[in-house]
Design a protein around this ligand. Structure first.
Ligand SMILES: [Zn+2]
Length: 121
């Protein structure tokens, strides 16, 4: 399978201090760039099939396939990616609103800049 980077759209929102980051893949093979965070988060497959892969940033190790609805905990500091295996896949990542260092942000509805920093992946 050839990976199609950036072939997805992101929708996000928050309620209280909970941040919801939805990844809507356009087609099978679309992939989120491998990345990591300073904090753990939960990712769940809302629709379709997605492969969740983890590694050390250079060598990918396939963690397994998840057929929705499913849920995984993505540990802090572990590189990871999601790859769509079906055209209609949607993954949602949920965590607290955090700054770039991973520290929880106090809830501030007007703090759109902080939210945009959180919204990268
Ligand atoms: Zn992530």
């Amino acid at each position: 399978m050839s990976l199609l980077p950036s072939n997805y759209e992101v929708r996000f929102g928050f309620a209280g201090n909970a941040y919801f980051h939805m990844i809507v893949f356009r087609e099978a093979g679309a992939a989120v760039p491998t990345h990591q965070h300073a904090y753990a988060h939960v990712s769940r497959v809302l629709r379709g099939k997605v492969r969740y892969e983890r590694g050390d940033g250079h060598v990918q190790e396939m963690e397994g396939s998840i057929e929705g609805p499913g849920l995984v905990e993505v540990p802090a500091g572990i590189a990871h990616t999601f790859i769509a295996l079906s055209d209609d896949a949607v993954v949602e990542c949920v965590h607290m609103l955090r700054d770039e260092d991973g520290e929880p942000l106090p809830f501030d509805c007007s703090n759109r800049d902080a939210m945009a920093a959180t919204a990268r992946l």
